[in-house]
Design a binder for this molecule. Sequence first.
Ligand code: CP
Ligand code: NVA
Length: 341
Amino acid sequence: MDLKGRDFLALKDYSPEEITYLIDLAAQLKKLKKERKPHRLLEGYQAALIFEKTSTRTRCSFETAAFDLGMHTTYLNSSSSQLGKKESIADTARVLCRMYDGIEYRGFGQSKVETLAQYSSVPVWNGLTNEFHPTQMLADLLTIREHFPDHTLKGKKLVYMGDARYNTGNSLMFACAKMGMNFTALTNHHYFPDMALVTESQKVAKETGAYICLTESKVDALKGADVVYTDVWVSMGEPEEVWAERIHALSPYRVTTEVMKFAGPNAIFMHCLPAFHDTDTEIGKKIYDSYGLDCLEVENAVFESPASVVFDEAENRMHTIKAVMLATLADEKTVGTVFSL
Ligand code: CP
Ligand code: NVA
């Protein structure tokens, strides 16, 4: 499997075999890290990390993964660089690719990361856009594989509750379709994914023997679910004014203890994080003061339950991002050595 030089902009650009390869590579890199076995296979390589939106997991994953591989990174954001205000994406790409071996971008429209990739001669990795969050998907797939005794993805049923029109919902729909997993968006119909994306993912699902389902009915959707997944109801970059409408429309689709009961005793709970599961955040407190709610998309009891694998998911961001950087920067032979370390 040779992925050298490839961009990583959306999971839909990768075949099921390539995705499986990246997950296998991440699992092996995770093992090496746990055994404290050095794997500095990209010594002297450099990556630029552009964050037009805030981040904890993605930034830390890129940085720690890069350092484990022997790389150096530079962090750039809109307020401390020329990006956006004084310099276009196309010009920024043409500058950075003269200095760096790879560029990570987190920002707004998917078209921005696509332009960056178009003008860059080095691999570009999507660290989240409004439409897609592909590095999150690799971590999620690895986590699901780890948590079921059969270690397989094919045939598993994932139910996504909440705002399914945004990056995480869209990406999960494609991730499931690619891997032969059944995907259900269980939410208010105004929050179903974009129909063009649904049609596109349904074509993929047909090839892998999976289905994509959109429904408002909890009882049917949750029956037999292996994974119940949610994300914040208001995403980065959205205006504060949408909170009232989101709370009204999506409260019936909060992940509660009852929801997990419908799903069954073996179902796991997933969330890309950060999550509003209590009032221990600035926004959490504000919501409590304004609406009297002590949680939003997930109840604290579910978040803290044994079914919750959210911190494994967070850790896996690092191992999977490491796999993406290694596979797209190194040649096939170098990447292959990871399996004999
Ligand atoms: N899940 C995720 O992307 O987290 P951050 O926003 O902290 O990077
Ligand atoms: N949908 C969320 C994902 C955060 C990782 C957002 O875009 O803010």
